[in-house]
Design a protein around this ligand. Structure first.
Ligand code: PLP
Length: 283
């Protein structure tokens, strides 16, 4: 039986119970993280825990665990679930309180973590690329907070799915923000661009690593606003996330992107990323 972590205890998944008065359940009042694990080693754990801290601060919630305690707990959870490759999901909600919009005082947050299978990125996506559609960014003004309130993201991702696409790329006021479940990069004449870190986008851990890897390899990469026009005329488009890594988008709104195949700059960046990942997996 899969082991999960709930409020200081490891227990079998089917024994883990949370009150119906938990604010996560009633109000979507919580934040989360998803951390890939390769060969038993957590990928970019420090970055994920730092972002969790920022998300908690952004919603005025106390962090129930120190960074060291999170790390120890996550490593134990990975071991209890057999090591290897996993996807660790962490969630902190404000806790159990009578339903009221106003934040309750003196309530202990609910801390939960589980291990899910890390589904390998289909090779087909790396060979052929994926299809994406553009949609208006209907989400709120605090997209830098990794909140569990994902109904808009879910609706957008479903719309993409309904149209046979793997991701929805979001447009706000004539510019790109990010994907429904990913950050977005474009390549134009050998230069890489991605939306800057504002409240309109999640500060993606994969995004940060791609920017670092580009800098190390002297690949020009700029964080600046990308117009819808620039998106539509890009030579390459990539979407990034912890579990999907870096995927080339080769069809946008039924139109081929660039040459309609994963581009040369993506090939280079993906090779750098895979090399980095192999080093982490090797410990
Ligand atoms: C809206 C959104 N943007 C960006 C990302 C990518 O973030 P990360 O690279 O930290 O997984 C995600 C990941 O789930 C996301 O949901």
């Amino acid at each position: 039986m899969k082991q999960v972590y709930l409020n200081g205890t490891f227990l079998p998944a089917d024994e883990a119970k949370v009150s119906v008065f938990d604010r996560g359940f009633l109000l979507g009042d919580g934040v989360y993280e998803v951390i890939p694990v390769y060969n038993g080693h957590c990928f970019q754990l420090t970055g994920h825990l730092a972002r969790l801290e920022q998300s908690l601060a952004g919603v005025r919630m106390n962090n129930p665990l120190s960074q060291a305690a999170w790390q120890k707990m996550i490593e134990a959870l990975v071991d209890k679930n057999g090591g290897g490759d996993q996807s660790i999901y962490l969630q902190v909600t404000r806790g159990v309180a009578p339903r009221d919009h106003v934040f309750p005082v003196g309530v202990t947050p609910t801390a939960f973590a589980m291990s899910n299978p890390l589904v390998a990125v289909p090779e087909k996506y790396k060979i052929e690329g994926i299809a994406a559609i553009t949609l208006p960014d209907i989400r709120w003004q605090n997209c830098d907070i990794k909140a569990i309130t994902l109904l808009p993201n879910s609706m957008l991702r479903q719309q993409a799915q309904d149209q046979g696409a793997q991701e929805a790329i979001l447009i706000r006021d004539g510019h790109l923000t990010e994907g429904a479940v990913s950050n977005v990069f474009i390549v134009k004449q050998g230069h890489i661009f991605t939306s800057p870190k504002t409240t309109e986008v999640l500060p993606g851990i994969t995004r940060e690593l791609v920017i670092e890897l580009a800098a190390q390899a002297d690949m020009p990469c700029v964080e600046q606003e990308v117009s819808e026009t620039a998106l539509r005329s890009a030579d390459e488009i990539w979407v990034t996330s912890s579990t999907k890594e870096i995927l080339p988008v080769t069809i946008l709104d039924d139109v081929p992107v660039g040459i309609g195949k994963p581009g040369a700059v993506w090939q280079q960046m993906n090779a750098l990323y895979q090399h980095y990942k192999q080093n982490v997996a090797a410990g």
